[in-house]
Design a protein around this ligand. Structure first.
Ligand code: FNR
Length: 425
């Protein structure tokens, strides 16, 4: 299983070119700009805004890409790259390549099969999938479609510790092998595109399946909220449409929920309780007590925070700025990586996301100290275009390019990818 991706570069090239002889073009474009254009065409304006957009003037989105562009690969020659070993070891498990899939919420906006399509695609390629706390499909349903393929769970620390431990217990029970605690979304970033459309998918009851399928959340629905709700929305046709969407997106579907107040209560409770901005380092002890699984912190960008995480016995970090969706003007993840890698000094694995668009980016992140890399928006674009197959194609393209880049740069194994392989910066 671990050599699943061996020689994937040449195999994929051959498959595409041979199909081309028969007049077939890839269903999912390989070139990034075409991939994005095809995905945009397949989505509603609201979905495209939510998925492609960033915070404020989106300068962090740009910075993520600019950082990758500044580093250049300096290939070495005559180094026998006939066989290339893409495997890595992460938390005691051998993986076929240093690639994982980012947790991405509300995938039903991209495709009706949503997380389930991604779970199946990830399992096919044995690429670990990090289930989002904001998924459109409960984690148990996705896990059941994955056999023993690797999956992790991403947690947002909400206001109820009972709900936090329930989510973690469920993750353990459905075979997740690590918990990723996302720390950069204590509040939702200032998302210009969504604001201009007045559109937030959670209001429609989208992206809250991990909550509405949770026994603790369901039990809490009956209790009064101890957080002040804002003014109610105006009453008009659009409000009625939203209420119907909430009912349709609640477990059981529209007809069953027609007279129930639970769908609205669930959306309201979620909106007011999904995050806890008061969270502090000390709170991590609670999570530690909840689980024996490795715990990673996602959204770490400062080396002092990385040192603190090490001191507290955290098992791994995800260097990430949430794809530029939180702090406009924030540092690019890749720019934050070298100092964090130095602070961590190989003691725990470091994952990186934000701006990874192809195999060369994976190579650069590894060279700068990442143990593995998480792919984000591109797989959602594949999902929007062609469901499960689209996700598989995007992943295969990234892995193929990574395999070829590695070989062409003169590296026969992931271990051989070091800082010396890069110039610029
Ligand atoms: C995200 N991301 C995210 N992260 C997380 O921890 N939980 C989540 O539910 C989500 N949801 C989400 C939705 C959408 C539409 C996007 C684009 C991103 C952030 C994600 O895990 C990752 O950090 C970024 O996607 C990386 O940036 P790029 O490479 O996708 O630009």
């Amino acid at each position: 299983m671990s050599d699943l991706h061996s020689d994937i570069g040449r195999k994929r090239q051959r498959a595409i070119y041979v199909a081309g002889v028969g007049g077939h073009r890839p269903v999912v474009p390989v070139a990034q700009a075409e991939l994005e254009a095809a995905a945009q065409a397949a989505m509603t304006p609201e979905a495209w805004a939510y998925i492609a957009g960033g915070a404020g003037r989106e300068s962090t989105l740009d910075a993520n890409r600019a950082a990758f562009e500044r580093w250049r690969i300096v290939p070495r020659v005559l180094r026998d790259v006939e066989r290339r070993d893409l495997t890595i070891e992460l938390f005691g498990r051998r993986l076929p390549s240093p690639l994982l899939l980012c947790p991405i919420g509300v995938l039903e906006m991209a495709h009706r099969d949503a997380d389930l399509a991604v779970a199946k695609a990830a399992a096919t390629l044995q690429v670990p999938y990090i289930f989002s706390n904001q998924a459109s499909v409960p984690m148990e349903t996705c896990a059941a479609a994955m056999g023993d393929a690797p999956r992790w769970f991403q947690l947002y620390w909400n206001r109820s510790n009972d709900l936090v431990s329930s989510l973690v217990r469920r993750a353990e029970a459905c075979g997740c092998s690590a918990i990723v605690l996302t720390l950069d979304t204590t509040m939702l970033g200032w998302r210009s595109r969504d604001l201009d459309l007045g559109s937030l998918p959670f209001m429609q009851g989208k992206g809250i399946a991990q909550y509405t399928s949770d026994p603790v959340f369901r039990a809490e629905l009956a209790k009064p909220l101890d957080v002040a709700a804002g003014p109610p929305p105006p009453r008009n046709l659009a409000t009625i449409a939203t209420a119907l969407a909430q009912k349709a997106n609640f477990p059981g579907g529209l007809l069953k929920n027609l007279t129930s107040g639970d769908p609205r209560a669930a959306v309201q409770r979620f909106m007011l309780t999904y995050s806890r901005p008061s969270l502090q380092w000390d709170d991590l002890k609670f999570l530690r007590q909840c689980t024996k699984l490795p715990v990673l912190l996602k959204g770490v960008l400062h080396p002092d925070d990385a040192r603190k995480a090490l001191e507290l016995g955290i098992d791994g970090l995800v260097v990430s700025n949430h794809g530029g969706r939180q702090v406009d003007g924030g540092i690019a993840s890749l720019d934050a990586l070298p100092a964090i890698a130095e602070a961590v000094n190989g003691k725990i694995p470091i994952l990186l996301d934000s701006g990874v668009r192809g195999g060369a980016d994976v190579f650069k992140a590894l060279a700068l100290g990442a143990t593995a890399v998480c792919l984000g928006r591109p797989y959602v674009y594949g999902l929007a275009i062609a469901g499960q197959q689209g996700v598989e194609e995007v992943m295969a393209n990234v892995l193929a390019e990574f395999d070829l880049t590695m070989g062409l740069a003169g590296c026969a194994s992931v271990r051989g990818i070091t800082r010396g392989a890069l110039g610029g910066g």
